[in-house]
Design a protein around this ligand. Structure first.
Ligand code: COA
Length: 142
């Protein structure tokens, strides 16, 4: 056996993955899910000025917050909360049933997500640049 590292996917490899995943997906889900991720960008503005941004990906009912940032001068005024609640409502409308995200342990954002009803599902010790992170989740309900 030999392991090769490819720069990009070849036609042969694509066909291999397609064939093998068809069988595995049928075994796991009893159907062939559409593994296409949709991306949604939420922008908060005030007087034509951007004051916050949330980037989220939705894949088969699970929304993942990729980034959330509020302008330093606008923090603590409910902008982050509004971005998150609008995102949750919109994701639910798109068939999302759950949100996941991760953030640095001990950061302000940990308290922020807890205040919005997110619960810790994992401790990601020694994560990005050796910092400890926390993974959060929230169920959006039916
Ligand atoms: C985390 C962040 C997005 C929060 O946005 P925000 O607009 O300042 O937060 P909000 O004003 O909507 O706060 C909502 C709730 O979060 C909690 N919270 C927010 N800031 C807090 C702080 N400094 N300390 C403790 N709790 C805090 C409070 O419970 C608050 O509710 P309250 O105002 O009724 O007390 C913002 O601080 C930020 O952009 N930080 C830098 C980037 C970052 O860390 N992003 C997330 C990492 S993935």
């Amino acid at each position: 056996m030999r392991i090769s590292i490819l720069k990009k996917e070849t036609k042969k490899l694509k066909e291999f993955a397609m064939l093998e995943w068809t069988t595995a997906n049928l075994e796991h889900y009893g159907k062939l899910p559409n593994w296409k991720e949709d991306r949604y960008l939420f922008q908060a503005s005030d007087n034509n000025e951007i004051i916050g941004f949330l980037d989220c990906a939705l894949l088969l009912g699970v929304a993942e917050v990729k980034q959330l940032i509020v302008a330093q001068s606008k923090r603590g005024q409910g902008v982050g909360k509004k971005l998150m609640t609008e995102m949750e409502k919109y994701m639910k409308g798109k068939g999302g049933h759950k949100v996941i995200l991760s953030t640095g342990k001990g950061w302000v954002s940990e308290k922020f997500y807890e205040s919005l009803g997110y619960f810790k599902i994992a401790d990601l010790k020694d994560h990005f640049l050796h910092h400890d992170f926390v993974e959060f989740s929230k169920l959006l309900g039916k």
